[in-house]
Write a protein that binds this ligand. Structure first.
Ligand code: TNX
Length: 549
């Protein structure tokens, strides 16, 4: 599906933006207990009696229920990890930490390679190679739980499945309030692995800044749904969010603004390292984006010699050259100046050095101020810089208009130049705006969000396939899916959660589960059981009327 040209341009008038911002923390979007239809009671679903009735999201590849008694988590359950188990032991420790608040059990994590004691939860590397780098097997009997995977990431995903099989009360953060009569899991076996390698979300921390603490909450949400990539949109016209030692004014000048005139902010290198570490512990790769050559006003306001922009739009309301409106496409780095490439080189070098992940996202979207040749030449020179610093280039699909290396990746969003990239051998990340954009309104009355790509109710976000969405795309050409949250109207993590949940779990299932196992009716029934978990975790959400919560 293509978005007709022009539909997206009129995406946000200033008046509507102002209205959206004043409403940004009214009832529905910022109060987890209220919904547009009134308060939703916290009803705990009954514990599972058979694995066949699981409410797992994403739904697994195969689930085989057994008859017999359930596994019961007790104060004497041991978590058994391999001797000298490194990452496997760490995952065992995370499981113990996850179970502790609600159960009150301080479960020991014991190293042992022999037969585990009765009643243990065994977390161990092994299993068939067919599980791949992120798959796992989970076997539950009255006697034990075994989580086996080829790689630690698979163990982590297996832990998330085990967590979702326990009564919802396991998400409670206070032992004093007991939320289940017993911590049981029905017997059986789950074999599971993801369909796509790239399952991500993007958070725009440029239009509105999000603190390290807020981003960590977002990361925890991704981890719960087996997503493995967090793309951080670190720069745009309204703000520059990452410390660059060789160009300090990027943050001292470019970092202190945001949409609507708020104070902005930025991550120091230590803070960025902390986000990378926190995500890495959850097997989530951070993909940094510096959007270039357009969407660069914050950089140009900091260093005017970089700029060749059209005049700042009339919606500017900031001071000292800052831009706090939401027009797009007008700013650009000067493609013909040496200083531009010194800047790009320094920025890519410093960010690559603090990013262990393989990818660097160069943006490349919505450039109106350059000729086609200038644009292509900018992307090609920047691509060489990205590879020089050892990273794989990712760009919004417009980069398909330049000559791409075959390993470069294009992120499809409006679907009009993705095929140009594909024809050059590039792989695609599927983020079609009418399906995957978390900043689109759910309904005409959603207070926050935009609607240029259409309304995206839950079913719309769920009911699509990343391969068949664009005609002419082969399964091997799609590396995965990503759900972007642009934050022109989204000011804080509570509002971000409202736009993200439940659509992000829907996209997570699109990315993880085999097409043959997916159905809207199935998802609709399973996701309902997640609301009490979100409530206990303090995660705000949109109670879509398409679901019987
Ligand atoms: C388009 S998607 C943009 C962003 C906006 C977004 C709002 C893309 C590559 N560019 O600059 O924030 O629409 O939905």
């Amino acid at each position: 599906m293509m978005i007709p040209h022009g539909v997206r341009m009129n995406r946000l008038s200033t008046a509507r933006l102002a209205a959206a911002l004043t409403l940004a923390c009214s009832v529905a979007a910022c109060n987890p207990v209220q919904s547009p239809r009134g308060p939703i009671p916290l009803v705990m679903p009954p514990p599972l009696t058979t694995l066949g009735a699981h409410r797992l999201v994403p739904t697994p590849v195969s689930v085989t229920p057994d008859d017999g008694a359930p596994f019961v988590l007790t104060a004497t359950t041991a978590i058994v990890v391999p001797v000298g188990g490194g990452e496997a032991s760490r995952v065992g420790g995370m499981l113990a930490a996850l179970l502790r608040p609600a159960s009150g059990f301080v479960l020991p994590v014991a190293a042992g390679d022999g037969a585990p004691p009765r009643g243990a939860i065994v977390v161990r590397l092994g299993g068939p190679a067919s599980l791949g780098p992120e798959g796992y097997e989970l076997t539950v009997s009255a006697d034990s739980v075994r989580i086996v995977a080829v790689e630690p990431a698979g163990l982590f995903h297996g832990v998330q499945t085990f967590r979702q099989l326990l009564p919802a009360g396991i998400e409670g953060q206070h032992h004093a309030v007991r939320m289940a009569s017993a911590w049981t899991v029905p017997p059986g076996r789950i074999v599971d692995r993801p369909r796509f390698a790239w399952r991500g979300a993007m958070l725009d921390v440029a239009r509105h800044f999000f603190t390290v603490y807020e981003v960590k909450q977002y990361i925890d949400l991704l981890a719960m749904y087996k997503m493995n990539t967090l793309h951080l949109h670190l720069s745009d016209d309204q703000g520059w969010r990452i410390q660059i030692d060789s160009w300090p004014k990027l943050t001292t000048v470019g970092g202190i603004t945001e949409v609507g005139g708020g104070p902005g902010g930025f991550y120091t290198k230590d803070e960025y390292a902390e986000l990378v570490r926190f995500a890495g512990q959850r097997f989530i790769t951070i993909v940094p984006e510096i959007d270039m050559p357009g969407h660069t006003h914050a950089a140009i306001a900091s260093y005017p010699e970089l700029g060749c922009s059209k005049p700042t739009p009339a919606t500017q309301t900031g001071t000292a050259g800052s831009y706090t409106g939401t027009e797009v496409g007008w700013s650009t780095l000067c493609p013909d100046k040496d200083v531009t490439y010194r800047f790009v080189d320094d920025v890519v070098r410093e960010i690559s050095a603090m990013t262990p992940g393989a990818y660097f996202h160069v943006g490349g979207d919505e450039v109106q101020g350059l000729t086609a040749e200038q644009y292509a030449s900018f992307v090609e020179r920047t691509q060489e810089i990205v590879y020089k610093y050892g990273k794989t280039m990712v760009g919004w699909e417009e980069v398909g208009k330049a000559r791409l290396r075959p390993t470069s990746i294009a992120q499809q969003w409006k679907s009009d130049s993705a095929l140009l990239a594909l024809r050059q051998g590039a792989k695609l990340i599927a983020s079609p705006a009418p399906k995957a954009y978390l900043d689109m309104k759910y309904t005409p009355t959603t207070e926050l969000g935009l609607d240029w790509a259409g309304l995206v109710e839950l079913r719309t976000a769920y009911d699509w396939d990343p391969v068949t969405y664009l005609p002419g795309v082969a399964e091997q050409s799609v590396i995965g899916v990503e759900a972007p949250l642009w934050t022109e109207t989204v000011q804080n993590i509570t509002a971000a959660q409202y736009m993200t949940v439940p659509r992000l779990p829907a996209i997570a299932e699109v990315g993880w589960s085999p097409a043959s196992e997916r159905s809207w009716d199935g998802f609709r029934a399973r996701i309902a059981a997640h609301a009490p978990r979100w409530r206990l975790l303090g995660i705000n959400f949109y109670p879509s009327p398409q679901v019987d919560w």
